[in-house]
Design a protein around this ligand. Structure first.
Ligand code: FAD
Length: 412
């Protein structure tokens, strides 16, 4: 039986501290947004304790969590620039200058992202990005990274957060769960779409929350490099196979493989129950991709995996007591606009802008949180709505004559 051990109380900074150096920020969640927020706060002089549920992802070869790679846009680049990491991520990223649309017959055509000024988006590995951000945070003397800590409760008004820390291997016979408490002048919830910190917000009056699951799920497949180690498709594109009710996309990886994501209604995933049905389905809808995926690998990957759900979350305000929500915890969105991480990184940049000139007073900090909520909410919800709209565009409208005409006029 697991036992709850003694409480390891982490002292808050002086409750009414008046300089950034004497103030402590507790960050819940060490994913993409939490690790960037740790870099930003520490750069500004705050003492930062970052608590992450997972074990240190840098010690694992496999990417944990959601999509293996992501499209990084100007929003994310600007935020990474703030903490001096934009160059490193751009060197790692693979430029995607256009969408490459694959039709049913295997023909392709390009739709540039920005034919006028030649801007592009970049495919970056989630693990690489998270590892770089965690290491950058860890290099700073005022940051502590605490892995294996799962947030379980706390008080927003007191800036107090409770965690369970599992020692001796999760679920093993020697596993012990120890209670840990942290108190901060500010608690920042970067714990994703199913945020535990947000659950405390739910008890506050005037906090609005909604979540919507779409009827489509996603599954990741893989196109390996060719026998001579090259990309199997032209690399500087985001490849799309739009098929009306469903679609497949592919983003390039550093190792010259592709991460292929199939978005489809759950009912359709469930309807495919045998190898023959799967190959017939792919032969009909994605024939040009089959030799690249490889039939055996496709069958293996498809039946080994479970389609994952996609959720859109809206809430308001983003602050309560001494706490603030950022990233997916504040505004998770369906991934069809490729903006979830980008918007979460933008949160960090905007917050940093509001902290400029604050002077470190606690009253000022409360004002910054209020202004962040006011300033950010409408834009974040607009991106959530655009992401939902883009699902229809990507899987269907890109094939419609009116869309093609509009694109041609835009690019003329
Ligand atoms: P997360 O990445 O979810 O990180 C949350 C962290 O909190 C995790 O490490 C988790 O372990 C930790 N945590 C959770 N609960 C607790 C707890 N109780 N205690 C302690 N720690 C906890 N965005 C883009 O910008 N471009 C894209 O191309 C793109 N593609 C996507 C493709 C797919 C299929 C999906 C699903 C999403 C995609 N996104 C994309 C969105 C992007 O993944 C998210 O917006 C981004 O990961 C949000 O980062 P985050 O740090 O807020 O949350």
């Amino acid at each position: 039986m697991r036992t709850v051990g003694s409480t390891d109380l982490q002292q808050p900074s002086a409750g009414m501290a008046d300089t950034a150096e004497s103030q402590k920020v507790v960050i819940v969640g060490g994913g993409l947004v939490g690790s960037l927020a740790a870099c930003m706060f520490s750069q500004r002089g705050y003492r930062v304790d970052l608590f992450e549920y997972r074990n240190d992802p840098r010690l694992s070869a496999v990417s944990q969590g959601r999509s293996i790679n992501l499209a990084m846009s100007r929003r994310a680049r600007a935020a990474l620039g703030l903490v001096g990491l934009e160059g490193e991520l751009l060197r790692h990223g693979i430029a995607m200058k256009a969408r490459m649309i694959h039709d049913l017959e295997g023909g392709t055509r390009e739709i540039p992202y920005d034919a006028r000024t030649n801007q592009c988006i970049y495919s970056v590995g989630r693990k690489f990005l998270n590892d770089v951000l965690l290491s950058a945070a860890e290099k700073r003397s005022n940051v502590r990274l605490l892995f294996g800590h799962k947030m379980t409760g706390g008080s927003l008004d007191e800036g107090r957060v409770e965690f369970e820390r599992t020692e001796g291997g999760t679920g093993g016979p020697k596993a012990k769960v120890k209670a840990v408490e942290a108190v901060g002048d500010l608690v920042v919830g970067c714990d994703g779409a199913f945020s535990s910190l947000r659950r405390l917000f739910m008890k506050k009056p005037m906090f609005n929350f909604s979540q919507t699951y779409i009827e489509h799920g996603y599954m990741e497949l893989r196109i390996p490099p060719t026998a001579d180690g090259e990309f199997a498709m032209p690399p500087n594109f985001l490849h799309i196979w739009p098929r009306g009710e469903f679609m497949m996309i592919a983003l390039p990886n550093q190792d010259r493989s592709w991460t292929v994501t199939l978005f489809m209604p759950f009912a359709q995933f469930e309807a495919i129950t045998t190898e023959a049905e799967l190959l017939a389905f792919f032969g009909q809808h994605f024939a040009d991709a089959v030799p690249l995926l490889g039939e055996d690998a496709l069958v293996g990957d498809f039946f080994r995996s479970k389609p994952q759900p996609l959720v859109s979350v809206k809430c308001r305000p983003y602050h309560a007591g001494r706490a603030l929500l950022l990233g997916d915890a504040a505004h998770a969105m369906v991934p069809f606009y490729g903006q979830g991480m980008n918007a979460g990184f933008e949160d960090v940049r905007l917050l940093s802008g509001l902290l400029d000139g604050l002077g470190g007073s606690p009253a000022g900090l409360a004002d910054v949180l209020r202004r962040f909520s006011e300033h950010r909410n409408a834009d974040a919800e607009a991106i959530c709505d655009l992401a939902m709209y883009n699902y229809v565009e990507m899987r269907d409208l890109v094939n419609r004559p009116s869309f093609l005409l509009r694109k041609a006029l835009d690019n003329a």
